[in-house]
Design a protein around this ligand. Structure first.
Ligand code: IPE
Ligand code: IPE
Ligand code: MG
Length: 239
C-alpha cells in the first residue's frame, strides 16, 4: 500500500461536536486536543514522516474574544504538557504562520519547542498557527520584492522554486494527502500553493472523533489514487 510521506489535516468540527452534546464550544476544542495527541501517535506508527495540523487560521481572529483566548490557552498548554514527551519520541516540532502578531509568551513557547527538537528526525510535526496561505504568500513575495529592490535579485530570474523557498514551508515537502474532517469541502486558506498536486480526503466525522479507524480510511483512499502530476497515466505511457 502506498503511504503518503506528508499528511496535512484541517482539524474541523470541534464546535459542532460540542454543540451536538449540549456542551460549550470550549469543550469541543479541549476534546480536539485529545484527538490531536492520538493522531500524532497514530500517524507516527503508520510510518508517515511529516504531519501538518491546521490549528488556528489567520481568519480565526474574527471569532469571539473568549474563544480566541481558549484556543491560545490550549496551544500553550499543549506545548507545556507535551513537548518533553514529543522530544523523547524523536519528534521535531515546527510552526508555520505569522509570528509577529502573536503574544510574546506564545512566541517564546514556539521558539522553545523548535529549538529543543531541532535535531530530531523520527517524525516531523508542523503546527499551522495564525496561518493563512495568502498571508504566507504575501510575506514571501514581499521578501523577494525587497531583495529585488535592493538590487540583489533580478525579477526575471524568479522561479516557482524560489517562491517556494520564500514560504514558511521552505524546507518542508508538499503534502501528499490533505484530510479535512467535519464534512466541509474547502481549503479555508490552507496550503494553497503547496497543495498543487495533493490528494484530498473529506471525512464526515467531527475532529474530536478522528481516530485510528478514520486515519486508516483516509490512508486506504489515498492508496487507491493514481497521481499523474500532469503526465499521462501508467497505461497511456506504454501504449
Ligand atoms: C476547528 O473546529 C478548530 C478551529 C477552527 C480552531 P471549529 O471551531 O471550526 O468547529 P466548527 O467548524 O465550528 O464545528
Ligand atoms: C479552518 O476551519 C481552520 C482550522 C481548522 C484551524 P474553519 O472552521 O475556521 O473554516 P471555515 O470558516 O469553516 O471555512
Ligand atoms: Mg470550523
Amino acid at each position: 500500500m502506498t503511504t503518503p510521506a506528508h499528511i496535512a489535516i484541517i482539524m474541523d468540527g470541534n464546535g459542532r461536536w460540542a454543540q451536538a452534546r449540549g456542551l460549550p464550544r470550549a469543550a469541543g476544542h479541549r476534546a480536539g486536543v485529545e484527538a490531536l495527541r492520538k493522531t500524532v501517535r497514530n500517524v507516527g506508527e503508520s510510518g508517515v514522516k511529516w504531519l501538518t495540523l491546521y490549528a488556528f487560521s489567520s481568519e480565526n481572529w474574527s471569532r469571539p474574544a473568549s474563544e480566541i483566548s481558549d484556543l491560545m490557552g490550549l496551544l500553550k498548554l499543549f506545548i507545556r504538557r507535551d513537548l518533553a514527551d514529543l522530544h523523547r519520541h524523536g519528534v521535531r516540532v515546527r510552526m508555520i504562520g505569522g509570528r509577529d502578531t502573536l503574544e510574546p509568551d506564545i512566541r517564546q513557547l514556539i521558539d522553545e519547542a523548535e529549538t529543543l527538537t531541532r535535531g530530531n528526525d523520527a517524525m516531523n510535526l508542523v503546527i499551522a498557527f495564525n496561518y493563512g496561505s495568502r498571508d504566507e504568500i504575501v510575506r514571501g513575495a514581499r521578501h523577494l520584492a525587497q531583495l529585488a529592490a535592493g538590487g540583489h535579485l533580478d525579477p526575471q530570474s524568479i522561479t516557482p522554486e524560489m517562491l517556494s523557498g520564500a514560504l514558511d514551508t521552505s524546507d518542508i515537502p508538499d503534502p501528499d494527502l490533505i484530510i479535512r474532517t467535519s464534512g466541509e469541502q474547502r481549503l479555508s486558506n490552507f496550503l494553497l500553493w503547496q497543495a498543487a498536486y495533493s490528494e484530498f480526503v473529506f471525512l464526515p466525522c467531527f475532529w474530536p472523533d478522528f481516530d485510528r479507524a478514520e486515519l486508516d480510511r483516509a490512508l486506504a483512499s489515498f492508496a487507491g489514487r493514481e497521481r499523474r502530476f500532469g503526465a499521462v497515466d501508467a497505461r497511456g505511457a506504454v501504449s
